[in-house]
Design a protein around this ligand. Structure first.
Ligand SMILES: Nc1nc2c(ncn2[C@@H]2O[C@H](COP(=O)(O)OP(=O)(O)OP(=O)(O)O)[C@@H](O)[C@H]2O)c(=O)[nH]1
Length: 564
């Protein structure tokens, strides 16, 4: 537990303690003032008592003086003065006794003082009465023998004793006040300081708590924002998964590469609306990639044809990208960057360790997140690679089923499927197509003389010659028996006749070794027909070539004849 947490734990106690202290300080201050005021009153009272004590002495002396003057002068004013001062002594001594009624000791002293004063007053009264009745001489004579001096000394002793006692009380009261005041001030000051310190601590704790609450609120807002971002990301991912699922489902049903590419273009355009790019396929020659489809609006143009080593992804066999700010190695098939925040990504398409093509996209970071693009493109490339590999496998199986096992040439079914397509393609592009029908001369005799197996060996050799002398895009097939057909797209009849001659000569030069016997030579007859002049459909074209072949046979075999 940290110091702050420990302080926080005691915050309520500190607050209560501060309240109690402040209340205590307040009560103490009031009590102190009341007590101080009481003590001041008692001090003032002591001074009043001392003053009264002095008044008693003064009134007795005044009475004594007035009586003496009257005895000396017998004047009426002195007598009147005497009569005026006599009750003062009685009154003052009575008041003095009353004033110290709270203290038995000083009451006793005050009573003694009053007794001595009244005794002296009685003596003075006696002398005045003597003077008034027996004359001044008699009064003066009695004065000499009276106790006046003794009584006055007793009175002064009582007066001084009372004064000493009262002064002692006064000193004690003043000392008590002097002791109480600094103690009270110290108590109030320390209590106030302690309360202020506790309140300060409490306020500091509250400020810290406020900061902690604000930090917690900020963290809660940040967590909320991240949750929202995560929710958006999750929605996008689930939408992406749905679209990818639909794409994968449709891919399964694609029959050929054209359908696959059309589907890929629309799926990528849907998944990445703010990006653009191309899907490349590796050319059969393996040294070229050709754009098979494009989607969206790319921020950088990518060439339609490219060589594998122009792309970093193909070179390294892994995803390659450039980040906004043009960081990273830029592929050679891309044009110059059009924006500072442009990104590009290339995903190689491979299956069973063979590179099949490339998926490329580019865009701007302010309109689409490059990571989202990568997340979408990689599964597309994977699905696409698998589909293309499957299609190619299916195609190769289909092609195998369309080949003649003896010669390795296409069979008649393949010819029928593809001749129509070639005618359509060349018609669109206004190109010619040449068709040759080729038949081995007197093959029955060859079979009869050398056996059927030797005939097979010869037919296989003819197949090799035909494959050697035709181009990749030509269709060389075994039409049936010892009859062969060649389709030469984009070839004019001149070209076809020249090629026919080459083939005829090559076959005439074949010598087949069978069972240690050299067989041959054997010749062939060839009929040539051309699209569009000799027929617009496969049937008409084949029929035209066949009739030219028939003419070649009729004209003596071992020749090439063009349909008229
Ligand atoms: N060894 C072998 N012979 C075949 C094959 N297919 C067809 N033949 C033979 O080829 C011969 C064709 O004979 P024909 O149609 O009379 O024609 P031809 O003897 O070549 O005479 P012309 O065509 O008039 O020059 C037949 O004897 C068939 O048996 C095959 O696959 N292998």
């Amino acid at each position: 537990m940290t110091l702050t947490e420990r302080l926080v734990k005691f915050r309520t106690s500190a607050f209560l303690l501060a309240v109690v202290l402040l209340a205590g300080v307040g009560f103490s201050a009031i009590w102190g003032i009341v007590e101080f005021s009481k003590a001041a009153k008692w001090i003032e009272h002591s001074y009043e008592v001392l003053a009264k004590n002095e008044e008693v002495k003064a009134s007795l002396r005044a009475t004594e003086s007035a009586a003496r003057a009257y005895r000396l002068t017998a004047a009426q004013p002195q007598y009147a003065e005497y009569l005026r001062t006599v009750p003062l002594v009685t009154i003052n001594t009575g008041e003095l006794v009353r004033m110290v009624a709270d203290s038995p000791e000083r009451t006793a002293l005050a009573v003694e003082l009053r007794r001595v004063a009244l005794e002296r007053l009685d003596e003075l009264q006696y002398l005045v009465v003597i003077q008034n009745t027996e004359g001044a001489e008699r009064a003066r004579a009695l004065t000499a023998s009276s106790n006046g001096l003794r009584l006055m000394d007793s009175f002064l002793d009582a007066h001084n004793a009372f004064e000493s006692a009262e002064r002692a009380v006064l000193a004690e009261r003043e000392a008590g006040t002097r002791r109480t005041v600094p103690m009270l001030i110290g108590f109030v000051a320390s209590g106030t300081l302690l309360a202020v310190a506790l309140l300060g601590l409490m306020l500091a704790g509250l400020a810290r708590e406020n900061r902690r609450v604000r930090e917690l609120e900020r963290q809660a807002r940040e967590a909320m924002r991240q949750l929202e971002v995560a929710a958006v990301h999750r929605d996008r991912l689930s939408e992406q998964r749905r679209a990818l699922g639909a794409y994968a489902g449709l891919l399964q049903s694609c029959q050929n590469l054209d359908e696959v590419m059309t589907l890929t273009a629309s799926a990528t355009a849907e998944l990445l609306p703010a990006a653009g790019g191309r899907c490349y396929m590796v050319h059969p020659s393996q040294n070229l990639l050709e754009s098979a489809s494009s989607f969206g609006t790319p921020s950088s143009a990518s060439e339609e044809l490219m060589q594998p080593d122009q792309c970093w992804a193909l070179r390294r066999g892994q995803v390659h990208r450039t980040e906004p700010g043009n960081t990273g190695m830029r592929c050679g098939h891309l044009g110059p960057a059009t924006h500072a925040d442009e990104w590009t990504v290339c995903v190689p398409m491979t299956a069973h360790g063979v590179t099949l093509g490339l998926l490329h996209a580019s865009g701007r970071a302010d309109s689409i997140d490059p990571h989202a693009v990568r997340e979408a493109l990689e599964p597309i490339a994977e699905q696409l690679s698998q589909t293309i590999a499957n299609l190619q496998l299916r195609e190769s199986l289909r092609v195998q089923s369309l080949r003649d096992p003896l010669t390795g040439l296409y069979n008649r079914r393949y010819l029928e499927e593809n001749l129509y397509r070639e005618l359509q393609r060349c018609e669109r592009r206004e190109l010619p197509v040449a068709v040759m029908m080729l038949d081995v001369d007197h093959f029955k005799r060859f079979n009869d003389e050398n056996g059927h197996a030797a005939g097979d060996a010869f037919l296989a050799r003819v197949g090799e010659v035909l494959l050697d002398l035709t181009r990749g895009e030509d269709i060389a097939c075994r039409y049936g028996g010892e009859e062969f057909t060649l389709v030469l797209p984009e070839a004019t009849h001149e070209v076809a006749l020249r090629r026919g001659e080459q083939i005829r000569e090559a076959i005439a030069g074949i010598s087949v070794v069978h069972l240690r016997r050299v067989l041959g030579p054997v010749t062939v007859s060839i009929g040539v027909a051309c699209f569009p002049q000799h027929g617009g459909s496969p049937e008409r074209l084949l029929a035209a070539a066949d009739s030219a072949l028939y003419r070649a046979k009729a004209e003596g075999r071992d020749r090439v004849v063009l349909t008229v």
